[in-house]
Ligand binder design. Structure first.
Ligand SMILES: Cc1cc2nc3c(=O)[nH]c(=O)nc-3n(C[C@H](O)[C@H](O)[C@H](O)COP(=O)(O)OP(=O)(O)OC[C@H]3O[C@@H](n4cnc5c(N)ncnc54)[C@H](O)[C@@H]3O)c2cc1C
Length: 385
């Protein structure tokens, strides 16, 4: 699509920290409205695969307007259901998910990095990308923001956006330390590729014991294992300490003999790559300060129990539209008013979803399973894809 070249209220240059879901979506829409976005991304390049995330609700019209719906459909997993299993692998209850739902609702499930890569490919020709770098300093004055980088030369921008996820550098530099804003939900998540297909290519399998969930997701060929378990915050945890992460997962599940858990734990012990993080939410009283604003998980992470990827797309679009309509102060206020109405209910729901997915007690688990059996019987089966 040809991009317009109008100047918007003298605000032309926008630095976006983070080339993920929110960052790429925002860059696309800002370029379309005549801004000159630059994206700085810490990773060395765009990767593929990753944990499957959703495109649904308010994100669907946004990606459709970007002309990406068919590409996203083609990249979606072929998952049509989620199945609770018992220790012997027998089905407790099955729920339909994904695809084109009844009443014309589209819900696509796509590996996170594939979604980011598709958004990136749509954006790359019109936006400057700087990989393998990160912002180290932000100094704002009346006319702009002076930015320093770990590797690149210092530069000045009209606006700076933090789209750099749960552990946002922009949030830390502009609003203060992460501990003030990031709240651990008392749950940890670990995930890894099984580097081969799942036995069941269409169903996500979920096995619970009190306070613990182990699952296998078929993804798009290379199945993903995930471990979601309850536990307190670990002080001083280094986000790059793979050996420690592996130990924490193994300790949490080592007495578990049911389903595929012993075999999956062996895979964890042997893994050279394991995603591991606390399941957290971000609570910020304001999403902007002067010429600096946050979007996506950096502003309002609802956790993996919410709809973070769809919210990231919808929030980025709302921010771009607000900026295109007028000055940054009013635009940031408008964006926050509109988008908080979407994120707050999802944030509250996330705690409830956590309780359903990882019940704490034996009684809680039995009650959840009994309810799931009844609920599964009254839900229609998903159409085969
Ligand atoms: C295991 C797991 C499962 C999930 N499942 C779902 C799901 O089923 N459905 C759903 O809707 N959501 C899910 N989510 C949440 C979803 O992934 C996030 O809400 C979504 O990715 C947020 O998008 P974002 O663009 O704000 O952040 P991200 O996608 O995290 O992107 C942030 C980008 O910023 C970059 N970055 C980070 N720090 C810096 C820095 N200092 N400088 C420069 N760049 C930086 C990162 O490399 C990344 O590219 C899940 C999350 C996890 C962890």
């Amino acid at each position: 699509m040809a991009l317009s070249a109008i100047s918007v209220g003298g605000m032309r240059t926008v630095l976006i920290s983070g080339g993920g879901i929110a960052g790429n979506t925002l860059a696309w829409w800002l370029a379309r409205h005549g801004f000159r976005p630059t994206v700085v991304e810490r990773a060395a390049g765009q990767r593929s695969s990753g944990a499957p995330v959703d495109v649904r609700g308010p994100a669907v019209p946004v990606v459709e307007a970007m002309g990406l719906l068919e590409r996203l459909r083609a990249a979606a997993t072929s998952v049509t259901g989620a199945r609770l299993v018992d220790a012997g692998g027998a089905t407790v209850a099955r729920f339909p998910m994904g695809g084109d739902r009844p009443a014309g609702r589209t819900e696509l499930e796509i590996p996170r990095a594939d979604l980011a890569a598709i958004l990136h490919r749509a954006t790359a020709d019109d936006v400057e990308f700087r990989y393998d770098d990160t912002i180290t300093g932000l100094t704002e004055d009346a006319g702009g923001v002076d930015v320093t980088f770990a590797r690149g030369e210092p530069r000045r921008f009209d606006l700076v956006v933090g789209a750099d996820g749960l552990h946002s550098a922009v949030r830390r530099l502009a609003f203060g330390p992460e501990a003030r804003y990031v709240r651990h939900l008392g749950v940890w998540v670990a995930g890894m590729s099984l580097r081969g297909p799942a036995d069941d290519p269409h169903d996500v399998l979920l096995y619970n014991t009190p306070g613990r969930l182990a699952s296998v997701h078929p993804a798009r060929g290379d199945a993903m294992a995930a471990f979601i378990f309850r536990g307190p915050m670990v002080d001083g945890l280094d986000h790059r300490d793979l050996a420690r992460h592996k130990r924490l997962v193994v300790e949490a599940y080592q007495d578990e003999r049911g389903w595929r858990v012993p075999e999956l734990l062996d895979r964890v012990r042997a893994a050279d790559d394991l995603y591991f993080d606390s399941v957290s939410q971000v609570h910020l009283p304001r999403w902007s300060r002067g010429r600096i604003v946050l979007v996506g998980d950096a502003a309002s992470c609802v956790s993996l129990f919410g709809e973070g990827s769809s919210l990231a797309i919808a929030g980025a679009h709302t921010l771009a539209e607000a900026l295109a309509a007028g000055g940054y102060g009013a635009a940031f206020r408008r964006y926050e008013t509109v988008h908080r109405r979407r994120t707050e209910p999802k944030r509250r729901a996330a705690r409830y979803v956590a309780g359903l997915l990882v019940p704490r007690t034996r009684i809680g688990l039995a009650t959840r399973n009994a309810t799931a059996r009844v609920f599964a019987r009254v839900r229609p089966a998903a159409p085969a894809r």
